[in-house]
Design a protein around this ligand. Structure first.
Ligand SMILES: [Zn+2]
Length: 115
């Protein structure tokens, strides 16, 4: 498998649109997730929360503060990732996940009784 210009462009496009390395690898075909990540890094694409980088896992808040850190999937599994949508200012999650995370204690409890 070679990184042709076309494949590199595809990688860049998908990466910037928030696709996971695994999803990108599946679309490109013939390439592993790790190869996608390695290539993205060499291209200087901005890093995103990736569970693979275990040494750096204890969260770099300065990088992650701006994207939603709501976990999706199961930690340790291939499809685990963070939501990644723009976070609500001052909050670690996007608007919809804030609504879930901070639902308890709000005045809605009495009417919805979710728990
Ligand atoms: Zn979110």
């Amino acid at each position: 498998m070679e990184w042709t210009e076309e494949r590199v462009e595809t990688l860049k496009g998908l990466w910037k649109n928030g696709y996971t390395a695994r999803q990108i690898a599946e679309r490109l075909g013939g390439v592993t997730r790790n190869a996608v990540i390695g290539k993205a890094h060499r291209l200087g694409l901005s890093s995103r929360p990736q569970p693979i980088k275990r040494e750096e896992a204890p969260i770099d808040l300065s990088k992650m503060a701006r994207t939603c850190q709501w976990p999706i999937g199961h930690p340790g599994q291939d499809d685990f990732r963070f939501c990644g949508k723009p976070a609500t200012p001052g909050k670690p999650y996007c608007e919809s996940h804030c609504a879930i995370a901070y639902r308890r204690g709000s005045s809605e409890d009495s009417s919805k009784n979710v728990a």
